[in-house]
Design a protein around this ligand. Sequence first.
Ligand code: ZN
Length: 77
Amino acid sequence: MADPRDIVDIATLRREPEKQAPRAFLSIWYRCCHVYGRLYKNAAGTKYNGCCPRCASRAHVLVRPDGTTRRCFQAVD
Ligand SMILES: [Zn+2]
């Protein structure tokens, strides 16, 4: 366990948390490694991108006007 005396408070390194809108994301189940992850929407708002936290396999979901309202997906190999 960390010793609380090891903490040094340096005012210039303290930052207020920035107030930003929460980043849009989808939940995804990576079947390759049996783990959950998130896909984050790109700046253009055209798709959600992410990768498996274990093996870094990439996944993406396209955003389309006639698409689904589902928020959870499975990534298949
Ligand atoms: Zn994986």
